[in-house]
Each structure stands twice: as structure tokens, then as C-alpha cells.
Design a protein around this ligand. Structure first.
Ligand SMILES: NC(=O)c1ccc[n+]([C@@H]2O[C@H](COP(=O)([O-])OP(=O)(O)OC[C@H]3O[C@@H](n4cnc5c(N)ncnc54)[C@H](O)[C@@H]3O)[C@@H](O)[C@H]2O)c1
Ligand SMILES: O=CCCC(=O)O
Length: 512
């Protein structure tokens, strides 16, 4: 596996320092398909300008990247009403095969526009251009996956106990789906939700993250170009969170799919309970990353580098607590520090950057607060430790040793480039510590002992486990958590069911 630095350089096709870094204005003026940069909402099949707009920042410079429509309650209501009618027409007019082939065309357009989509994504999110390209391909993989799954929504025939009847089941679209997504994966979190929804025959109303609305608008334009009925995808960017909660309360919306913080997820679930909507929640994590003394330490370091520092540490499956068995703690720390020292923070468009900025000032302040708290309780900075001076929201990749369970880093997800190392004695201690959190999204561990691998994989209270790998995300892998990390599964063969209802049909036998 190549390092983050190598990946960044390979994807950009340049070496450190041999290319001028374009400003965001220059990068946007060089889009091959400038029509992908859209500032309007998409409601009732029309691009809708709004007098009221809000600013989207470029996190590399903290300057305004562009303005986007700021939708209000009436916009959400109009979008939901329009989607309600469109969904019924869409499902009536299409077979699963047709929906699959529309999604396949959308996939082709996303891939054909990878460069432009990656530019827009990296400018609004701050991840490097190489990572942004990787995300576009990852996002597209959900579209091709669900293009296939559309045709596999099998029902059952069930031997009926009622004389002279035949019983069968069919899977039907649930209806209008409210989609609320976060800024850390501006493309993949949209496609992981709306590709299965559209495959099932649903219509969607999307509230994209206010930090990164442009990628979702560009993806929507391509979906419509692919032939998906325009009114089945409505996009309402907004800063007005109250207006967005309409998605959780309006009776015409039958499903809410949310990815983001646990507090907002809980609030939306409570609101959705008012009309008993089906809900999927993919919430915060506090992932343990355990290195046992029999682990391949180089492999463990490689895994930690990927799963801690991807998107500058802003992923929900990010290793939050690096737990290392005492006998190998020094060696693991040394090897990790060596790799982390090679990372380079900088603007997202600089080809030599491996760590782009955090999404906003609040993200920087959160990492700072976690470090200050840890230091005050006895942790030691091995590398990094502070924000990088300048206008962008940059933070130096940081490793802390001597972390303990009374520190904030043990209990809250940092969502930034901070790797705190906790030491433990025994396997039982590691499992106990790993599970000592209300969260349960992902967990990772490294060991060469097969028996231990089976035991620990079973004992970790999480929805997803990486054994001797830091890479667990793929379209075919069920994605989701347990405990307060939420419920529901995205991607995989289970992801489609989240957008379907099972109907049973009992036929009386007329020849009796
Ligand atoms: N699970 C994840 O992938 C994920 C993603 C982003 C953030 N987070 C966690 O959440 C923390 C805060 O980040 P954040 O503020 O962007 O997350 P958030 O939960 O506030 O935002 C996620 C999405 O929900 C929307 N939202 C927020 N309040 C809403 C409301 N009342 N009604 C309707 N929509 C609403 C946001 O605009 C965004 O689109 C992060 O530090 C991180 O710990 C997790
Ligand atoms: O951060 C949330 C999603 C991350 C992923 O899909 O790997």
C-alpha cells in the first residue's frame, strides 16, 4: 500500500514543489464542465435561485468560495410535495431494470466528470485533490452497486396455512425520503443514501451540509442528465436548521436517513417518531484501534496512518483511541511518529499536501481542546500538537503518548488529526477499555494469533471490525453501528431494504 504522501503525489502526477498552487478562483475557472458549479436549489425539477444566500468557505484559506441558495420552510414543503407526486409516477413508470440502467448512466457520468467533481469537492471540504478523486470513485461505487441491487429485490412465496390461498411478499419503495448528510464526505454520503433510494423507486429530498453543498448539486445535475426524473431528486441547501427539520416532521416523508453527530441524530429520531417514519442513523464513533504484542507492527502503523489521518482525521470510522499493549508501545510509538513526521499539512490544491485543512474553525478548536485537556492530565506530545499558523484551518498531525481514560480523547470523538496512545496489559483489559464507550461504530485490532482474532472480533461492541487492516469501507460492506452510533445499514445487499417496505399479498384460490 502506498503512503498518503505517495498517493497524493501519484494522483496529481507531480513531485513536491514543481507546480504552482492555483487559487480557488483559478481552479474553478479551469473546470472542464463549468456548468457543474451550481449555486441554486433544485426544487420541483427546476434550478431555483434564492434572494437569500449563504457563504461557503474554502477551508484552505477561510475565504468565500461561493454563495448558495438558503432554502426556507416553504422551499422544503414545496420540495416534499413535488417529490411525493413524482415518486408515485416514477415507481409506476419504471421497472427495476430501468431504474438500474438509469443509475448505471449516472455512474458513467460521475466517472466521466471525476476531475471537476474532485476539484469542487476538495475546494469546499479541504481534503487533498488526490483524496477528493478517491472519494468521487468511492461515491460512484455506491451508484453502480445499487444499479445492480435494484434488480435483486426478491420477494418470497410462503406456504400458506390458510386453506385455498397463496401467500407471497413484494418489496415496495417506502416513498419520499429525507436525506441529511455531513460535510466530511460531500459525495459519498449522498450517493450511499440516494442510490439505494432511487433504485428502490423512492424520491428524495436532500438537505446537503451547509459547509459542502456544491458537490451534491453537481451530482444532482449529472443524475438528471443521466435521465433520472428531475422531480425524484430535490436539493434544498440551507443554514436554517429549523426549516430542515421539516424533513423529520412532514407526514409525506416516510423515511429519514441521517449521517452526522449523535445529538442531532437523536433529535431527528425523536421528531420522526411523531409520524413513525422509518429512520437510519449513522452517527458518531469512538473507534478503538488495538495493537497486540504479537502484531505485525509495520502493518499496524500502516493501518493507523490510513484510518487515523484519512480526511485529516475527520471520518466517523476514524481510529480515535490507539490502544497498544505495553510490550510494544515504545516501538509502535516510534514507528508511528516517524511516519506522522513525514505528513505535510497545506492547502488542499497543493500537490505536496497530504493533510488538508479541517473543515472549519470549530474543528480546529475541538482538536486543540482535546490536546490541552490530555496534557493537563499527563499526556506527552510526541509530534505535532498545535494549529498551523495562517488563514486556513490547518492542524499539525499529532501523536500523544501516555493517554488515560479520564481524558476527553478517551470519551469523545476528536474528528481531527490527533492520535492518542493508550497502553494496556492484557487482552481482557483491551476489550474492556475498547467497549467502555457509549459509541459502537468501528473497531480495529492487529494480532497474528488466529484464536485471538476470532475472540476479539466477537467481543468488540461495534458494527464494523477491521482485523489487521485499517480499511473497512466499500460499497459491498454493510456500513453502520450499534449502541449510540446509530442503527440501519448502508451499502451492501442490506442497504436497499432501508428504502423499502415489505408487503405480503394473500391470494384466494378461485378454483376451490
Ligand atoms: N458520522 C459522521 O460521519 C459525522 C459527520 C460529521 C460530523 N460528525 C460529528 O459531529 C460533530 C459536529 O459536526 P457537525 O456540526 O457538522 O454535525 P451535525 O450533526 O451538526 O451535522 C450533520 C448534518 O446535519 C445537519 N443538521 C444539523 N442540525 C440539524 C437540525 N436541527 N435539523 C436538520 N439538520 C440538521 C447539518 O447541517 C449537516 O447537514 C463532529 O465533530 C463529529 O464528531 C460525524
Ligand atoms: O465518515 C463517514 C463515512 C466514512 C466511510 O464511508 O468510510
Amino acid at each position: 500500500m502506498s503512503t498518503l504522501t505517495e498517493q497524493s503525489q501519484q494522483m496529481n502526477g507531480v513531485q513536491n514543489g514543481t507546480r504552482n498552487i492555483p487559487s480557488h478562483q483559478e481552479a474553478l475557472s479551469e473546470l472542464k464542465n463549468p456548468s457543474l458549479l451550481i449555486h441554486d436549489a433544485f426544487i420541483d425539477g427546476q434550478w431555483s435561485k434564492k434572494g437569500n444566500t449563504f457563504d461557503v468557505l474554502d477551508p484552505s484559506t477561510s475565504t468565500v468560495l461561493g454563495k448558495v441558495a438558503n432554502c426556507d420552510l416553504a422551499d422544503f414543503q414545496r420540495a416534499i410535495d413535488s417529490a411525493y407526486t413524482a415518486q408515485q409516477e416514477y415507481f409506476a413508470a419504471t421497472t427495476a431494470t430501468t431504474r438500474g440502467s438509469l443509475l448505471r448512466k449516472w455512474f458513467d457520468l460521475i466517472i466521466a466528470n471525476t476531475d471537476d467533481l474532485a476539484t469542487i469537492l476538495c475546494l469546499e471540504n479541504g481534503k487533498t485533490y488526490a483524496e477528493a478523486r478517491g472519494e468521487i470513485v468511492y461515491a460512484a461505487s455506491f451508484v453502480s452497486w445499487f444499479a445492480e441491487e435494484a434488480t435483486r429485490a426478491y420477494g418470497l412465496t410462503i406456504p400458506s396455512s390458510i386453506p385455498h390461498t397463496t401467500l407471497l411478499t413484494v418489496k415496495e419503495p417506502i416513498g419520499v425520503c429525507g436525506i441529511i448528510t455531513p460535510w466530511n464526505f460531500p459525495a459519498a454520503m449522498i450517493t450511499r443514501k440516494i442510490a439505494p433510494a432511487l433504485a428502490a423507486g423512492c424520491a428524495v429530498v436532500i438537505k446537503p451540509p451547509s459547509e459542502t453543498p456544491f458537490t451534491s448539486l453537481a451530482l444532482t445535475k449529472l443524475a438528471v442528465e443521466a435521465g433520472l426524473p428531475p422531480k425524484t431528486i430535490q436539493v434544498c441547501p440551507t443554514k436554517d436548521r429549523q426549516a430542515a427539520t421539516e424533513l423529520a416532521t412532514n407526514p409525506l416523508v416516510r423515511k429519514i436517513s441521517f449521517t452526522g453527530s449523535t445529538n442531532v441524530g437523536k433529535m431527528l429520531a425523536k421528531l420522526a417518531a411523531g409520524t413513525l417514519k422509518k429512520v437510519s442513523l449513522e452517527l458518531g464513533g469512538n473507534a478503538p484501534f488495538i495493537v497486540f504484542d504479537d502484531a505485525d507492527l509495520d502493518l499496524a502503523v500502516e493501518g493507523a496512518m490510513f484510518c487515523k489521518f484519512r480526511c485529516s482525521g475527520q471520518t466517523c470510522v476514524c481510529a480515535n483511541r490507539l490502544m497498544v499493549q505495553k510490550g510494544v508501545a515504545k516501538e509502535f510509538t516510534r514507528k508511528l511518529v516517524e511516519k506522522v513526521s513525514q505528513l505535510k499539512t497545506g492547502p488542499s490544491l497543493d500537490p505536496s499536501t497530504t493533510q488538508g485543512p479541517l473543515v472549519n474553525r470549530a474543528g480546529v478548536e475541538k482538536v486543540k481542546a482535546h490536546i490541552e485537556d490530555a496534557i493537563s492530565k499527563g499526556a506527552k506530545i510526541e509530534v505535532g500538537g498545535d494549529a498551523v499558523p495562517g488563514k486556513g484551518f490547518l492542524f499539525a498531525p499529532t501523536v500523544l503518548s501516555s493517554a488515560t481514560s479520564d481524558m476527553i480523547v478517551a470519551n469523545e470523538e476528536t474528528f481531527g488529526p490527533l492520535a492518542p496512545i493508550f497502553e494496556f496489559d492484557t487482552e481482557a483489559d483491551a476489550v474492556h477499555l475498547a467497549n467502555k464507550t457509549e459509541f459502537g461504530l468501528a473497531g480495529y485490532f492487529f494480532s497474528r494469533d488466529m484464536g485471538r482474532c476470532m475472540r476479539v472480533a466477537q467481543k468488540l461492541q461495534v458494527g464494523m471490525v477491521g482485523v489487521n487492516t485499517g480499511k473497512i469501507s466499500a460499497a459491498e460492506a454493510p456500513f453502520g453501528g450499534v449502541k449510540e452510533s446509530g442503527y440501519g445499514r448502508e451499502g451492501s445487499s442490506y442497504g436497499l431494504e432501508e428504502y423499502q417496505v415489505l408487503k405480503s399479498v394473500t391470494f384466494g384460490n378461485q378454483n376451490k
